[in-house]
Design a protein around this ligand. Structure first.
Ligand code: GCU
Length: 330
């Protein structure tokens, strides 16, 4: 009896050992990719990327997972891209303005009033041009997987901006994009590049007088607490972009790479559904906090920035060729 028990115990412990080894080998098969971004968890883009992570996990039977770090926990947008280039981060969500410094092709999205309307912007994103831009950063260590809709960007300030003249002499926070800087200079403001995470304090303390963004980001970053006038001039439509380092993509199997790319596209479609609703909700929230949304004559702003295109034609022929390609997209 005693012997039997020992035998059973022995067998049980061998079985336990085998089970342990099996689960250990399964654990080894799991790859986790880190994703960094600078929005909070209530932002629509965080929800879209959560869908992306869920789809990747499900379609790879849990072998590939994406862990999302929100709120710039792993660094601001520029730092996250640099971490990706150094191999310390796999995926980052950035936007086309920040990316201009890494790959000039992204400048196209930062040009004011280039897109006729939202439909034109979406056609461009889905065209060969959109794809070319996503691939354009391959030589600097990463590629774009997909775009996420981020609406239109408008100016907001401590005083009402009704015409371009109202921007005269204001210190205006911009993203570190040469095109955004040129645009604000063209409008006779003083462009002040700052990271997104530093903007609330900069507005509060008067380091800058104004900034520009979409309504969702404006409200969720609480800028409406310190800036009460949002002018609907809608000068740009700058998409967010989901990036993956070449190194991280190449270490995945071909099947996993396909799953990641498909899931990214699906999450981008989901984001389009989320976006409009999110802007509506965040606008209502801002209005309740006393923010005034100002309807402006957009043609005044458009005319004021038009000379930028003559400058580009003269000094940046490659970009100007791209501008013409974009204009031709129906
Ligand atoms: C938007 C965009 C962010 C970006 C921010 C900014 O909110 O989605 O990616 O960082 O603008 O103005 O910095």
């Amino acid at each position: 009896m005693q012997n039997n028990k020992r035998q059973v115990l022995g067998i049980t412990s061998i079985a336990a050992g085998v089970m342990f080894m099996l689960s250990a080998s399964q654990a080894f098969a799991v790859t986790t990719l880190k994703l960094s971004h600078n929005q909070n968890r209530d932002h629509a883009v965080h929800k879209a990327m959560t869908e992306f992570a869920n789809e990747v996990k499900e379609k790879t039977n849990g072998e590939l997972r994406i862990r999302i770090y929100s709120d710039s926990q792993l660094g601001n947008q520029r730092e996250s891209i640099e971490l990706m280039q150094n191999g310390a981060l796999d995926i980052a969500k950035s936007n086309a303005a920040e990316l201009e410094a890494f790959s000039p092709a992204y400048s196209i999205f930062n040009l004011p009033y280039l897109f006729r309307d939202k439909a034109h912007y979406q056609q461009v994103i889905n065209s060969d041009i959109g794809k070319e831009i996503l691939d354009s950063s391959q030589n600097v260590g990463f590629i774009g997987l997909t775009y996420y809709d981020a609406g239109a960007r408008s100016f907001y300030a401590k005083k009402p901006i009704r015409t371009p003249e109202d921007l005269n002499g204001l210190k205006i926070r911009v993203q570190p994009s040469p095109t955004a800087i040129a645009m604000v200079k063209g409008l006779k403001g003083n462009p002040t590049p700052l990271a997104y995470g530093e903007l609330y304090t900069a507005l509060q303390q008067g380091v800058v007088d104004a900034a520009e963004n979409n309504i969702t980001s404006f409200t969720l970053s609480r800028h409406g607490e310190v800036t009460k006038f949002f002018s609907l001039d809608e000068h740009t439509m700058i998409p967010d972009v989901l990036l993956i380092s070449n190194k991280s993509l190449n270490k995945l199997t071909t099947a996993q790479q396909e799953i990641v790319k498909k899931a990214a596209l699906n999450s981008s479609k989901y984001m389009m559904q989320l976006w409009e609703k999110s802007e509506q909700e965040q606008r209502t929230k801002a209005e309740k906090q006393g923010v005034e949304f100002i309807v402006v004559d957009k043609t005044l702003f458009q005319n004021a920035v038009n000379p930028m295109y003559d400058d580009i034609a003269r000094t940046q022929p490659e970009l100007f060729e791209m501008v013409n390609r974009v204009r031709k997209v129906e």
